[in-house]
Design a protein around this ligand. Structure first.
Ligand code: ZN
Length: 410
């Protein structure tokens, strides 16, 4: 039987579990050690450590303290791993915990986190998704049902001290260019809510004050939120410290490309069965700076799409130069307007784009001045035909059900 090296109790606070941490720092002690070639299971909290509840209120999404996230399981030490190696991680399987067969999706309030379309959806909203085997549906978003493409939103190895210092300097310098911005440009270290695994005493206090936040993807991988890094994938991670220090968390049952709703995909607590091995000196041998990976042999086979185009001209008509962020936003807004014609609220449509196996593509980045991005909406996830035809759209969703919304009180 495969050993479960890290266990989580969903009735307990993640801060009481020494094998959990929520900052990146090279001095965080290994939670456990394995040998190259070993396979093992790590359980994880959902990224908020259980703060978001399975209910019909978005108050928790509105009120969450985002300095507490993400709660990661690890770091796992791999014997013999040295800086410059590649840590090869086979994601053999991933699942939800049996006592927690549900997940959440939401939009943060613009005043507390925001998101990709925060100017259009400035207040907190939430949808709950139930899992039936490999499929999911939501009592808050009727008319869709799809297979999960289960993946860790966040996985990577510990940075060394020079890399940590580089991250902190560049992000703090960046915040200084517009310190009053809402939401903020980045998140600096914040000791008060740091959970540093097994660390204690003065060493802990020092590391907590400089530990990097887990929000952005960085050179080591981290919070990449790549839906295709799913169960069955093989990932090659750069190693920076002796033992590598692999941590994982933020499991998603499913997500659309971009994780545009930010809170977040379909977020869940669960477990990862993985196997590790090493390629000695692999970073230099293959010229690797950021992780690379091989996809899963198993993915949901939705093969019919309605594809929405967007260009780098914003909602106010302002021209941007080859900006794929603006172009993808327009493609998403175009898809939301289209889905509203079938009776969905804007929030429900936005939630579908954040949760379903929606593809996002950078289609053109040379035809000045406009970049072109496309959003691929799988048609087979809907209970009804969403294709355009001469008769026009039929209102299939009656509007009696919507996603809980919480007005911002602050
Ligand atoms: Zn997530």
């Amino acid at each position: 039987m495969t050993d479960t090296l890290i266990k989580v109790d969903l009735t307990q606070s993640p801060t009481e579990n020494e094998m959990i941490h929520n900052r990146w720092h090279p001095d965080i002690p290994m939670a456990c050690w394995v040998n190259p070639g070993d396979d093992f299971i790590l359980e994880t909290f959902d990224w908020t450590g259980g703060f978001i509840q399975n209910n019909d209120s978005a108050d928790d999404v509105r009120d969450i303290d985002l300095s507490t996230v993400h709660y990661l399981s690890g770091p796992v030490g791999v014997k013999g791993a040295e800086p410059g190696d590649l840590l090869v991680v086979d994601l053999l399987d991933i699942g939800a915990k049996q006592d927690s067969l549900w997940g959440f999706n939401g939009f943060f309030s613009k005043k507390n986190g925001g998101g990709f379309l925060t100017d259009h959806f400035p207040e907190a909203q939430k949808s709950i998704w139930d899992f039936k085997g490999m499929f999911t549906s939501s009592r808050h978003v009727p008319g869709v049902n799809f297979a999960g493409l289960i993946h860790p939103g966040l996985i990577g190895c510990l940075p060394d001290k020079p890399m940590l210092d580089t991250w902190n300097k560049r992000e703090i310098d960046f915040i200084a260019t517009d310190p009053e911005r809402v939401p903020g440009l980045a998140n600096p270290p914040f000791a008060a809510t740091a959970h540093m695994g097994k660390m204690t005493g003065e060493a802990r206090a020092k590391a907590a004050a400089e530990g990097a936040r887990t929000v952005p993807p960085r050179e080591h991988g981290g919070n990449c939120d790549i839906k295709d890094l799913s169960r069955g994938s093989k990932v090659f991670f750069p190693v920076y410290v002796d033992g590598a220090g692999l941590s994982v968390g933020d499991l998603h049952f499913s997500q659309g490309d971009g994780e545009i709703t930010f809170c977040g995909a379909i977020e869940m607590a669960g477990w990862v069965h993985m196997k590790v091995s090493l390629i000695k000196g692999g970073m230099a041998k293959y010229g690797i700076k950021n992780p690379i990976f091989k996809p899963s042999p198993i993915t949901p086979s939705y093969n019919d799409y309605l594809i929405f185009e967007g260009i780098s001209v914003d909602e106010a008509g302002k021209q941007y130069y080859l900006d794929v962020h603006i172009a993808y936003r327009q493609a998403c807004l175009n898809a939301i307007e289209y889905l509203k014609k079938f009776g969905y609220s804007g929030a429900q449509a936005y939630s579908i784009l954040g949760t379903a196996p929606v593809q996002g593509h950078i289609s053109g980045v040379v035809d000045v001045p406009n970049a072109c991005a496309t959003l691929w909406l799988p048609t087979q996830i809907f209970d009804f035909d969403i294709n355009p035809n001469a008769a026009g759209p039929t209102k299939m969703i009656d509007g009696s059900i919507d996603m809980p919304l919480s007005h911002d009180l602050r």
